[in-house]
Design a protein around this ligand. Structure first.
Ligand SMILES: Cc1cc2nc3c(=O)[nH]c(=O)nc-3n(C[C@H](O)[C@H](O)[C@H](O)COP(=O)(O)OP(=O)(O)OC[C@H]3O[C@@H](n4cnc5c(N)ncnc54)[C@H](O)[C@@H]3O)c2cc1C
Length: 396
């Protein structure tokens, strides 16, 4: 199987599991309680070379692949979902789009920021353009050789903490002609990039989800993503790169679920009722077996999608992995909470946090319904209505 782990990857898995247990897990509850961005964990990831692990060596990274990243993310997310997400977005999200499609200067800028501890943000969603991302109205107008960006994004992960923003906007040429949706890089602190309201989220509370407002943000043409022939990198290529983030999100969901499962298994061995460990009751044994089956299936799908990336994961494999991992994570964390009885419902134990954290993954980064549409459109060999609209949105 192309997604069997090599000896190096097994060693990486063991190293990250040890690191996550010793240095990441002890902080997970406090991150949830205080809702503070875990800069200490970022420092740990940086010190241990896990930030920008997929960045090519010539740009200072470890030159790893997406399967390495999926392994790292799963292990970190077992201990702390928020830290797992940071590992995704420093290895598989906007950074991968820039490292594939960026100019030399853009690659050096993004790699330098990530390796120094930045988690780039990706700005797609708008209040009136969620699943229908192609209906976005944020615009980038070419003006005097520069781009002027106006619009409003929301639910931007890392808003206010990220130093680099990959902004999807509808591009217009100097003569007003529409060029389609394209990608632009913006840096925090620039006049016209305003961090708006922070969402009060159910889980994964250590990463801000905010509005990002663009108010006549001016950027140089050097910050527009362009192919080698000068064409703007369009919606289709940007969304294709985004499949790496989807696989990363699936790995976080898987990791959170695996962490909850481990706790439930230990608890089922130790907790006694009716004079015996509760794990001796068949009702719980079958729950544990079903949880293990779901986790193993999700892990195979996540690793398959990551391992077969060329250069990005196939949209079908990424969608299948994310739907399965996300829905498995909701089920497994809830079953683990159930096995803990009243303790599962207490904030003194991690199960309720894990169940809240897991709930996100059927929504963010493409809902389970939209991903099923992606799968169905491939099965049927049709471009379903919303897929046709996406194709039209591509920059020319
Ligand atoms: C924690 C979190 C982090 C996020 N981070 C980012 C980020 O960093 N950057 C970013 O740009 N966005 C981000 N998002 C936004 C996310 O991608 C959107 O929430 C998602 O795409 C869905 O959009 P929506 O919430 O507007 O729901 P809507 O599109 O309004 O959908 C509402 C419901 O209708 C269903 N639906 C819609 N269309 C169809 C259809 N054609 N067929 C069947 N069902 C349909 C949806 O599945 C959903 O159940 C984040 C969201 C969350 C929750």
């Amino acid at each position: 199987m192309p997604f069997d782990l090599t000896e190096e990857q097994k060693a990486l898995e063991a190293r990250v599991r040890r690191l996550a247990t010793e240095r990441i897990a002890p902080r997970a509850a406090a991150i949830d309680r205080t809702e503070a961005y875990p800069w200490e964990n970022v420092a740990v990831l940086r010190e241990t070379g896990l930030l920008g692990y997929t960045i090519p060596k010539e740009y200072g990274g470890a030159g790893g692949n997406f399967l390495d990243a999926a392994v790292i993310v799963e292990e970190l997310a077992r201990a702390c979902g928020v830290t797992g997400r940071i590992a995704v977005e420093t290895n598989m999200g906007a950074i991968s789009a820039v490292m594939c499609h960026g100019t030399e200067d853009q690659k050096r800028l993004a790699a330098g920021l990530v390796l120094a501890g930045d988690k780039p943000a990706i700005c797609i969603t708008e209040p009136a353009a969620g699943s229908a991302a192609n209906e976005m109205t944020t615009r980038a107008d070419r003006h005097g050789g520069r781009w002027v960006i106006n619009g409003r994004k929301h639910w931007i992960t890392g808003g206010g903490t990220s130093r680099l923003y990959l902004v999807f906007a509808r591009a217009f040429a100097e003569d007003g002609r529409e060029l389609g949706i394209a990608g632009f890089l913006a840096r925090a602190g620039e006049t016209g990039l305003v961090v708006g309201r922070r969402e009060p989220t159910m889980g994964l509370r250590g990463i801000p989800e905010t509005e990002i407002l663009f108010e006549n943000l001016e950027i140089t043409d050097a910050m527009a993503l362009r192919h080698a022939d000068g064409r703007l990198v369009g919606f289709a290529d940007l969304m294709n790169a985004y499949n790496s983030q989807r696989v990363g999100a699936a790995a976080v969901a898987l990791g959170i679920a695996a962490g909850a499962f481990d706790l439930a298994l230990d608890f089922a061995r130790e907790r006694k009722q009716f004079g015996r460990p509760i794990g001796e009751f068949q009702g719980l044994q079958w729950k544990l077996a079903d949880m293990a089956i779901g986790l193993e299936a999700a892990r195979l799908m996540v690793r398959r999608a990551a391992a077969l990336a060329a250069p990005f994961p196939d949209p079908l494999l990424a969608a299948e992995a994310k739907v399965l991992a996300a829905e498995t994570a909701i089920r497994v964390t809830n079953e683990a909470l159930q096995i803990f009885g009243a303790r599962g419902y207490s904030r003194d134990f991690p199960l309720e946090r894990m169940a809240r954290d897991a709930r996100m993954f059927t929504i963010g980064g493409g809902t389970a319904e939209i991903l099923r549409t992606v799968i169905a459109s491939r099965l049927l060999g049709w471009k379903l209505p919303q897929r046709r609209a996406k194709a039209r949105a591509d920059a020319s």
